[in-house]
Write a new protein. Structure first.
Length: 450
């Protein structure tokens, strides 16, 4: 067997024959790691799967009811309507965020379905202890503490479970290659072997993978190419909310999210997030505004909190939690240039309440208004929420799903909602819809008491 050494970038997967300090493809420093390739085996991926056949596209039948119901509305939705047999799902997230809890809980709620939970991280006793905290009456949930991939697949072969969870891909290894467990080669090889097994036996696998603080899958970006679906479990560890997001899905849309709350007895699905995200007592507090965001396809009311204060030292701080900080800087520039509000010597802190991370730019207006409210120390009217993207010229730009946004605001008892001017919407009763074209108009409207 001939072994060749190559160097692979752990961030983007690019290969090089030399050890380099910086990856020539993605430009990251210090990410090249040594990998030993063994070339005795036939090239992977070209092995025929027991005689392929050519057939007409229209003759191929796929029934959607083949999907496995996960007994969880949130998870089913994020997966695109249930788990597809034979598919490979990667469940990624920072350490401690709740991946193992989610995976175990999902299996525990499947009742009679035969499932296998293979853990390379915890002992059988630890898994049992965890399961005692979580509700569910699994009848056919099998667990095994094992780090050898071969053994896990052997167990799966004899047990023939309907779903297998491998927790986590970084803690298991295959005997086929010599690399250490957790290394790039091991992770990649294990994933490839699991994929092959999954497709051959039509068994779906959920593999747990750790990601680092900056959001990259530890080790392999390459994993993302191998698997069918990438689910990201995220949230702030200091808060109880967790969001499950599909980053890639061969069998469904990537715009869906599931929202969970971490409790002492496992994760609870949150079906009506807006009610929980709004604090009931906001009266008279400056620096707080309510935005109507859409995450996935669901409208969400979000509390935006801002605090500005005089900078203690030379350079003012700009800090943002749950919102893109570059976008915050852009909005502060708009505030300065278009409204003439100077924040140069001020620290600005921004926080999305509940520890959520919001990608929807429709919360721009609420962010801007919250900053303004804090620096003038004037509270905003509590009966009014808003939605609108802010452009560089200080114009308020249209947003998607406007009817759903208005509907959600009305449902939660707001009497007024600010939306971008000229945006078509269905007539609604019970809430006043105010169209504004420019940031200055919104500011005049909201701060008119001053
Ligand atoms: P865990 O699933 O071990 O995280 P991961 O697998 O992503 O590393 O969950 C870690 C945290 O969740 C841990 O700090 C304890 C907490 N937790 C609860 O709050 N309630 C529960 O019912 C369980 C099982 C865990
Ligand atoms: Mg874990």
């Amino acid at each position: 067997m001939k072994a060749t050494v190559t160097y692979t970038c752990s961030s983007c997967g690019a290969r090089s024959s030399q050890m380099l300090g910086r990856c020539p493809v993605c430009g990251e420093w210090g990410t090249m790691v040594e990998e030993v390739l063994q070339s005795a085996a036939p090239a992977k991926g070209v092995r025929s799967r027991s005689g392929s056949q050519v057939q007409k596209l229209q003759d191929v039948s796929v029934q959607d009811d083949q999907r496995i119901d996960m007994h969880s509305a949130e998870l089913n939705r994020v997966l695109g309507g249930g788990l597809v047999p034979g598919s490979l799902v990667l469940l990624g997230g920072e350490p401690g965020i709740g991946k193992s809890t989610l995976a175990l809980q999902v299996l525990m709620q499947l009742g009679k379905t035969t499932t296998l939970y293979a853990s390379g991280e915890e002992s059988v006793k630890q898994i049992k202890l965890r399961s005692e905290r979580i509700a569910g009456t699994p009848e056919n949930l099998y667990i095994v503490a094992e780090t050898s991939l071969e053994k896990i697949l052997e167990h799966a072969k004899t047990l023939k479970p309907d779903i297998v969870v491998v927790d986590s891909i970084q803690t298991i290894g295959t005997e086929a290659i010599e690399a250490t467990i957790g290394s790039l080669s091991q992770v990649r090889e294990c994933a490839a072997r699991i994929l092959q097994f999954a497709k051959e036996t039509n068994t779906p696998f959920i593999i747990v993978g750790h990601i680092t603080k900056d959001g990259a899958l530890a080790g392999p970006k390459v994993l993302e190419h191998i698997v069918d679906t990438v689910l990201q479990f995220e949230g702030d560890q200091h808060y109880m909310y967790r969001v499950l997001r599909a980053q890639k899905n061969r069998f469904g849309s990537t715009s869906e999210i599931g929202i969970y709350e971490m409790q002492h007895d496992g994760l609870r699905e949150v079906t009506n997030p807006s009610e929980l995200l709004l604090s009931s007592n906001r009266d008279g507090l400056s620096g707080i505004s309510i935005a109507v965001a859409v995450e996935g396809v669901r409208p969400l009311l979000i509390e935006v909190q801002a605090l500005t204060s005089s900078a203690a030292y030379g350079t003012p701080q700009r800090s943002s939690t749950g919102f893109d900080s570059r976008r915050l800087n852009m909005l502060l520039a708009v505030l300065e240039k278009r409204i003439g509000f100077k924040l140069l010597t001020k620290d600005v802190f921004l926080n999305i309440a509940g520890g959520l991370r919001v990608n929807d730019t429709a919360i721009d207006l609420a962010v801007l208004v919250a900053v303004l409210s804090s620096s003038m120390d004037i509270a905003l009217p509590t009966d009014c929420c808003m939605t609108g993207e802010v452009g560089l010229a200080g114009e308020i730009r249209p947003v998607n799903r406007i009817d759903q946004r208005i509907g959600e605001a009305r449902k939660l008892g707001f009497s007024r909602i600010i939306i971008p001017a000229g945006q078509k919407h269905q007539p609604v009763k019970g809430i006043q819809v105010i169209e504004v074209a420019r940031v200055t108009d919104a500011v005049r409207l909201l701060f008119k008491q001053s």
